[in-house]
Design a protein around this ligand. Structure first.
Ligand code: UDP
Length: 325
């Protein structure tokens, strides 16, 4: 039986996709350097330790099983760090992906699902962003995602490599079974930080900017449950059989402000969460909300964990467990 290769399968989204595919009987090979991934998330499929910048290690991954398709999550994700250290982002997110694509061409692998990001759009020009919105990346991180998307179009033209570029909005929540969840070191994302404050792991949560032109002055984001993202990847694997390359937005289509997220977290956890109002964070757009009509129409995707309370509740259950372990 052919296997699916998952780069970054020990990370947040990659591990949820690995679990979902394994539950459906898909054979998986996880390739991860464990620099930011977690060994305790490696619960399904085969694991090959290695870095995409190390071609012999990559060859070991392709030799582990006949590989049918690749799900490519491995990348650095901290926007602020990418501004300070662009080399790290262009090397690990772009150059490393070139190694992967060339290995795929050499091994005759039919297609790739790529972890892209809504950050490729930059400052939004309309309320709901669809895939035709202009791309104006604002950071080396966002540029690295846009560059890989361009590479995928070029490899499709040159080598017939099919690809599905999934542009995530704000991934959030955790495995409803509580086996895996969101753990970044250092943590920079809003929902885990708010939950750390609820757990007493930090004194408070800073709100980055209260003077935006939004209903309550704080930034609005489209939070999408990680299990809904995982389902989109499973559907994308089928979609690849059509041999095309295309980008798809993945979001719920409804926006929540930073203050609303904190309110929901207070209700879900039943704990006090102290807030400090701080200045704006550089590079933040006031509002980022997806139009995901294309993913629904072409992939047959339908989010199941859309409401923010469910998203925060699954994240909270995971954080309670993770801080006990
Ligand atoms: N945010 C905040 N305080 C924090 C972390 C994030 O107010 O400690 C805000 C951030 O400015 C943004 C939203 O929460 O408006 C979501 O940020 P996150 O880093 O989770 O995701 P991003 O939208 O940057 O991908």
């Amino acid at each position: 039986m052919c296997a699916v290769l998952i780069t970054g399968g020990a990370g947040y989204i990659g591990s949820h996709v690995n679990k979902l595919l394994a539950s459906r009987g898909v054979e998986t090979v996880v390739f991860d350097s464990l620099v930011t991934g977690h060994a305790d998330f490696l619960q399904w499929g085969e694991f090959i330790a290695g870095d995409l910048l190390d071609p012999p290690a990559l060859e070991r991954a392709f030799a582990a099983a006949p590989i049918d398709a690749v799900l490519h999550f491995a990348s650095y994700i901290a926007v602020g760090e990418s501004v300070e250290d662009p080399n790290k982002y262009y090397l690990n997110n772009v150059a490393a992906t070139l190694n992967l694509l060339d290995a795929m061409v050499r091994h005759g692998v039919r297609g790739l699902v790529f972890s892209s990001s809504a950050s490729v759009y930059g400052e939004p020009e309309q309320e709901r962003i669809d895939e035709n919105h202009p791309k104006r990346p604002l950071s080396p991180y966002a540029h690295s995602k846009a560059m890989v998307e361009q590479m995928l179009e070029d490899y499709h033209r040159a080598h017939g490599l099919a690809s599905c570029r999934l542009r995530y909005f704000n991934a959030a929540g955790a495995d409803p079974d509580g086996e895996i969840g969101e753990r970044h070191v250092p943590e920079t994302h809003l929902i885990p930080l708010v939950l750390h404050a609820a757990l007493g792991l930090r004194k408070n949560i800073s709100i980055f900017g209260t003077d935006y032109a939004t209903p309550d002055g704080t930034c609005v984001r489209d939070y999408i449950h990680v299990s809904d993202l995982a389902e989109a990847h499973a559907l994308a694997l089928d979609w690849l059989k059509g041999g095309e390359t295309r980008a798809f937005n993945l979001g719920n289509g409804s926006g929540y402000s930073v203050r609303e997220v904190i309110e929901v977290a207070r209700a879900v956890t039943g704990r006090d969460i102290a807030v400090v109002e701080s200045g704006r964070r550089a590079g933040d757009s006031p509002v980022l909300v997806a139009s995901s009509g294309r993913a629904k129409a072409e992939l047959g995707w339908e989010p199941r964990f859309g409401d923010l309370e469910t998203i925060v509740r699954t994240a909270w259950d995971w954080h309670l467990k993770d801080c006990r372990d």
